[in-house]
Design a protein around this ligand. Structure first.
Ligand SMILES: [Zn+2]
Ligand SMILES: [Zn+2]
Length: 310
């Protein structure tokens, strides 16, 4: 340790096919060779990965070339598969980075070596502290598609099954579904809101949390949800005639035996580093509850869920 002396040089590594590049990050054993690396990369150089998405993006993680002098090895570190849970790196529009740092990377074409590592590292470091990847998931751009694929960590959003990314045809056997969600688009409730609680309940003296017991606010979901699907789930969605992945995903759960709504969430419990944002999953806190909860009426049923669920 301590042998590597950081240089001021940044090696700009360009992807010629963003989908292959993201797959290679998710699965280092992939046979794809999407990266073009500048000649003369040396130990201590920083590596900045540029994806040929529209708009053009960079992986917001600066890796340093180690003693082996390999930019590829350094790049592989953006997703450390040895960690118990993995956080995909942020993506950042190249134009935004240019604006933040004041320097411009060479235009499309050749890989290149540029100077200015300190300012670049600072700009990207700030970006990482403010989780902002979500905003890039919306819309039908290839930047959104790359973000969705990276966030999948190589699993099908629907069934949770591992996609076989080491295969030569991996790129053709996964299906990225982008969604058009304007930030202004409101989430829609899956059922009518219950009437306001009568005032008298607040006088029972159990404290503010107790008052709400028995009142279920219907879930509010977007119209659709971005996803990476395996062949099987994509086929199931197609055969079922669904045009919304979210509706398809909810259709895989049993309907509510109380109100017959098809908005059943599967519960999970226990410590979670990051709470799952999928609408069809429901965190019950530290204690497992019944495995199914109706997002429309709040009815709970079924055996207790485990701490892990897909
Ligand atoms: Zn699947
Ligand atoms: Zn219900």
């Amino acid at each position: 340790m301590g042998e590597t002396i950081a240089t001021n040089r940044i090696q700009v590594v360009r992807a010629t096919a963003w989908r292959d590049a993201v797959l290679k990050i998710l699965e280092p054993r992939s046979p794809y060779r999407p990266w073009r690396v500048p000649a003369g990369t040396r130990r201590g150089d920083a590596v900045l990965a540029v994806l040929d998405t529209n708009p053009v993006s960079v992986i917001a993680d600066i890796r340093e070339v180690g003693v082996d002098g390999s930019a590829m090895r350094a790049l592989g570190g953006v997703l450390d598969s040895e960690l118990p849970w993995r956080e995909p790196p942020e993506l950042l529009e190249l134009a935004t980075l240019r604006d933040l740092t004041g320097f411009s990377l060479p235009d499309a074409g050749d890989p290149a070596t540029v100077l200015g590592r300190t300012v670049l590292t600072a700009a990207i470091g700030q970006r990482q502290e403010a989780p902002s990847g979500v905003e890039y998931r919306n819309g039908h751009t290839s930047l959104a598609a790359a973000r969705i694929l990276l966030d999948s960590l190589g699993s099908c959003t629907s069934c949770g099954g591992k996609l076989d990314l080491a295969e030569p045809d991996a790129r053709d056997r996964l299906h990225i579904r982008t969604v058009d969600l304007a930030p202004s688009e409101r989430r829609v409730p899956v059922a009518d809101d219950p009437p306001e609680e009568p005032q008298r309940l607040s006088r029972q003296g159990y404290g503010p949390d107790d008052i709400r017991i028995g009142v279920w606010r219907p879930g509010r979901f977007p119209m659709d949800w971005s996803a990476v699907l395996c062949d099987t789930c994509r086929g199931g969605m197609h055969h079922g005639g669904f045009d919304s992945f979210l509706r398809f995903r909810f259709s895989l759960h049993p309907p509510c035996p109380s109100c017959a709504a098809q908005w059943t969430m599967r519960t999970y419990a226990g410590f979670a580093a990051v709470l799952r944002s999928e609408p069809w999953m429901f965190h019950t806190g530290c204690c497992p509850g019944s495995i199914w909860v109706c997002a429309a009426c709040g009815h709970k049923w079924g055996p207790r869920s485990g701490s892990e669920a897909g």
